[in-house]
Design a protein around this ligand. Structure first.
Ligand code: ADP
Length: 501
């Protein structure tokens, strides 16, 4: 007789088995829920295709990616119609390849779709796996899709930027805030002779001449504060030790939280331009020098004639000689400006400081200037006894340039005031006119070399745009600064400060 378990025991065993299955089912459900959560979180759409029956189903997220809202049934035909035409053959091929029983059944491609809701073309990435039955038929093909348009667009943007950087004629380099090079374009390779492999990871000091290493410290601290540097002219060193004149533009690079994460630097080789400038300066200096000699002799003849002209001389002749004297003086001043410009550009200017009475200098200059014009009145607001230490000739030139401009850019009958006032331990020297005035934009550029204001009113007034540049440079050599306050149609006030002894 077969031994049977007592009924109670059989029931107990069955109950235990049931409990075990229930537990497993619970575990499975939990696992499935967790998986679903993960799929939802990373915005994966899932799809399930049964090649033997032709059935295709999409998850809600998958429908969202495709912009599918309709009630129409999803099938392979509808799916195919929404593959971007240019990508259709590629996608079809990849599906066929995955379903080939000779292969592994893997599928992983990126392609474009045209969304159902006409919201344009999107890039998606589809990944999947084909399962084969015993007859080696593709029975089930399941997988995921994600919208990768943003990544693709960013990739395309990066590729475009990289192409621009690489085709640039300027050397473009990026570095960390510590000065370690992180990128080095092709033009940097050509300009400095080092390859990207040689430079990435190295310190930027490698291309900075040793006597300019301090510059890098200043550049880094400026950029760390978030400032930008534009057209900073300096010298850099090539691999073969040769030095180059470069113009640098350096800007901070920021992450999405606006933190500065590094610096980008554009270097333009301006060696040619610099050499051209040197040639031009040499030429200006030479021409000015050659003009000076005959002019000096012309001036002495005029002055001798003026002295010799007695009271019985025709007033017209005396007047003509005076005018000739004024014009030759003006010409001499212009030539002197050119010579000073050339000296300045070559860095050959030096100060010869002495102590002198400011009142006396101002009187000399205003007397000279008044000689040039009878159509303007030049007044002084000075008093004796203010002693300053500066290069008397150069401060004289500054004042002469300012007063000549005040005359040039004021209408006939205008009044010009030259004076000074004490400000703590300094004296502020000013030249005021009630002439045409200067607009705020031009005020910012006035002191640049060769800068001239372009407006109808002063179109006929001749000049070279170097007077104020020289003024600014001479003041810079004196550790001071030329300032301007001006209003169009009202007049201008140019001023600078020097310390009182
Ligand atoms: P230049 O007088 O030879 O043109 P400057 O360098 O002396 O060169 O002056 C630059 C420009 O600044 C002038 O072209 C003129 O437009 C403007 N400027 C200078 N001084 C005055 C002034 N006192 N009033 C109005 N404009 C002035």
């Amino acid at each position: 007789m077969p031994k049977t378990l007592p009924l109670a025991k059989q029931i107990k065993e069955l109950q235990e088995k049931l409990a075990w299955y229930e537990e497993r089912e619970l575990e499975l459900r939990e696992r499935e829920a967790r998986l679903q959560m993960a799929v939802d979180a990373i915005k994966f759409g899932t799809w399930d295709y049964h090649p033997l029956t032709g059935e295709l189903s999409w998850s809600d997220e998958c429908k969202k990616i495709y912009g599918f809202t309709g009630d129409t049934e999803i099938n392979m035909k509808v799916f195919s119609e929404h593959i971007y035409p240019a990508d259709y053959d590629f996608v079809n091929n990849e599906i066929q390849k995955a379903m080939d029983p000779a292969g592994e059944g893997n599928y992983d491609i990126a392609y474009r779709i045209t969304r159902f809701d006409n919201a344009g073309v999107r890039w998606i990435r589809a990944k999947g796996k084909v399962y084969f039955n015993e007859k080696k038929q593709a029975e089930r093909f399941i997988g995921t899709v994600t919208d990768i348009t943003d990544t693709k667009t960013a990739e395309e943007k990066n590729a475009k930027l990289a192409a621009i950087v690489d085709s640039s004629d300027d050397a473009i380099v990026s570095k960390t805030l510590e000065g370690i090079i992180t990128s080095w374009n092709q033009s940097a390779e050509r300009t400095f002779g080092y390859t990207a492999e040689e430079m990435i990871g190295q310190s930027i000091l490698k291309i900075i001449p040793p006597d300019r290493h301090h510059e890098e410290v200043e550049i880094l601290s400026k950029l760390r504060r978030g400032e930008r540097m534009e057209h900073f002219e300096t010298r850099r060193m090539k691999k073969n030790g040769e030095q180059l004149d470069v113009s640098l533009t350096i800007s901070p690079m920021r992450d999405s939280q606006n933190n500065i994460i590094g610096l980008s630097k554009i270097a333009r080789d301006i060696t040619e331009k610099k050499q051209e400038e040197v040639r031009k300066n040499d030429f200006i200096a030479m021409v000015s020098h050659e003009l000076k000699t005959p002019l000096t002799s012309l001036r002495s003849y005029i002055q001798v004639l003026l002295v010799k002209a007695g009271d019985d001389e025709e007033p017209f002749k005396i007047n003509a000689l005076k005018r000739a004297d004024i014009q030759t003086k003006k010409m001499a001043a212009m030539i002197q400006d050119f010579l000073n410009l050339a000296k300045l550009e070559e860095g050959k200017i030096s100060l010869n400081k002495t102590r002198f009475d400011l009142d006396e200098l101002i009187k000399e200059i205003t007397d000279d200037a008044q000689y040039f014009t009878s159509a303007h009145t030049i007044k002084t607001e000075t008093h004796p006894g203010v002693i300053i230490e500066a290069d008397r000739d150069k401060i004289g030139q500054v004042l002469m340039n300012l007063v000549s401009n005040a005359i040039k850019y004021s209408p006939r009958g205008g009044e010009i005031i030259v004076g000074f006032e004490q400000k703590d331990n300094n004296v502020e020297i000013y030249v005021i006119d009630n002439g045409v005035g200067i607009n705020p934009v031009d005020q910012k550029n006035l002191f640049k070399r060769f800068y001239r204001v372009k407006n109808e009113e002063i179109r006929t007034i001749s000049g070279f745009g170097i007077g104020l540049y020289l003024v600014a440079e001479i003041m810079r050599y004196h550790n001071s600064e030329i300032k301007v306050k001006s209003e169009e149609g009202v007049g201008s006030r140019f001023s600078f400060q020097l310390p009182i002894i």
